[in-house]
Ligand binder design. Sequence first.
Ligand code: GLC
Length: 757
Amino acid sequence: MKLTYTTEGNRICLSNGTKEKHLEWIHAGLLRVYENKNSEELVHLYYRNEAVESKIVTEGDNLIIQAENYEIRVDEELTLHITRNGQPYFEEYAGEDAKIYEEDKDWDLAKLEGHKEEASLADFKAQMTFRLFDDEDKIYGLGDKAAHLNRRDYEYISWNTDDPSQHNESYKSLYKSITYLLVNHHKTSYYGVFYPSSYKCSINLGKYNKKFMYIGTQKGEYDYFLLLGDNPAEITKNYTELVGRTLFTPMKFLGYHASRWSYSQEEMKAIREFHNKAQMPIDYIHMDINYMDHYKVYTVAENYFDDLKKFSAELKEDGIGLIPIIDPGVKVEQGYELYDHLTANHGFASRNGEDYVNAVWPGDSKYPNYFDEKTSDYLTEVTDRFLEEYDLAGIWCDMNEPASFNGPLPDDVEFPVNDKMYYHDEVHNLYGEYMTRCIAKAFTKNNLRPSVITRAAFATSSPYTTSWNGDNQSLWDHLRTSLPQVMTMNMSGFVVNGVDIGGFGNDSNKELLIRWVEANMFNPFLRNHSALNTRYQEPQAFDEETVEIYKKFIDLRYQFLPYLYDLLHKAHVTGEPVYRPLFYDFPTDENTKEINDQVMIGGSVMLAPILNQGQKSRVVYLPEGKWVNYFTNEVMEGGKEYIVPMKLNETGLFIKAGAMIPMFEGLRHIDKSKINTLCLYLAPGSEKSEYAHYEDDGETLDYQKGVFNEYHFVRKGNVLTMKMKHDGYSSDYHMLKVFFGGTVKSIELTKELEIIL
Ligand code: GLC
């Protein structure tokens, strides 16, 4: 068989006489490989097309394509073998053993003892198979899975699933489907793969056969994006550019959220009073499902609040916003306005032409067809009115996998859009995203940045919403998992993400809660939330000591707020994650590859908390360079491990020597217009450093029109200078306060300045 090819712009069409394969360069860091493209009618991707020069030559039975520093060898089976600067980089795998057979398992017997039947997929319409070079290959990615960073040897099924039992590393599906893998091999080589189909697929990372990993789909197409680059940073940026960059939330959203299923009005008042008395920062209280009238979405139960609007206003005076939960399921009840309207206007999913009914909290419920613009616009209006009517601060979207208490939605549930019919098997993984798109519009139409949280999501959802990782439990194991989970979500483009602090299910306890807040204080989304019938787990539910320690770390979080906000803005613009594994910043350091219990927050701050019951010291790995222990000011040499003592009220916080960190002082709530002093902490241990600080109004979309400031700080020895690189916002700052080597200097913040430290 002879290989032939044709080219058209950036596309090369290869044929071996029996089949065809297409290679399409989107730009030098992104190659699409496909036989047939997956539909992009509902999956929104962002393309930056740039010409890539390719040279194609025939070599024996193979074709060789040279482009940039890559050489792609295509063999007679149309299998790709890519080298980069002459080194093995990426290979498809086409061995005889790559055909997947599903084993026959005796589930009937196992089920007798209560074992749960596990899903498995085979008989693929399309299977993309990639070679694993050796046992040392690491495979990261896939968003929220409850596992360590390296997912090698596991199998996942991309299918958004609501399952509140104890999540662990053997869970194949959780709430989100983020079909993105980041692979490291030969120590320093990295590439990424993104599978852009919303249909269910199996992602097997060397479990079936250690020589390869595969993505297999029964309904999607052979079509994947290969993300190329020098290191995780480049690959992540290329990936997030394709799927859409993270939502830039209001600054306030980075504050502390207090929640429980389900606080009464009295309990919410008590939270406010407690935070006032303890002077502990807080920005939001969440309203879980009990506030609704019989779980009817967009209603408020009579007598749940004396007067919700008045109560909201009172909380607002104290700087606290109320965030209600909204689920998609609409109670079947004639006379309920929302139900009647959507029924009359064909706004619900259907089956065989009749509205489809399943059950969620309200009992029998129907699912709005968020894919249909008319329905979605209507629900945006309903959301906007609801926010306005009760002066609410955000929306928490839950149960949007979508959850269903009467068995799964059948594949053929219908979601009509204009004259086209989409079915549940295609839209399932996108349902959560389309709900958040609809809700986010209720903010953007008013020139506000969305304050939206979701449980379910697809790879492309992060431009519309923040997220949390669902129903974890008050277990030490789930505390440990929270770090790789939030790091991987960040690496998968979902920056404002967090887990329920203290654990949602089961009973928390003093030590666990304290270690949890110490470990999660820099989670971009920071919320303490617990389930119905569990022990109360607010710090005040324990004792004075818990309150004192909890406050210490919430105060610290608020102190680092401008740093987090700068990082979030950067993530929104460049795709650089905020909360990331050490290998992101130190990609050639082998020691960093499997560190699950330390986190980089931006490039300058590293957290190394205690994650085990009873433990009072831990090993901390400091990568190359110098580091400063934030609490002791000790300058420490990197490239080695230390044993660091950490009493119950201590955690590990290390700053890169010389780093500049913008900080705020004494905040209790975040109201950007009232923050008049910018602090700058200068870590010791280096002669030179620089930092760019971003400022805007913290809440509107005006920044998109240039209404922001950028301050460029440079320190050389004991001279600190600042110049404004962008001057578009009438600043709220009056003073700059610099902390350096035990001294503090305050100076009026003008557009250009020089300070001798
Ligand atoms: C789901 C959510 C949880 C919420 C509960 C009641 O379990 O994951 O956060 O509290 O529903 O609404």
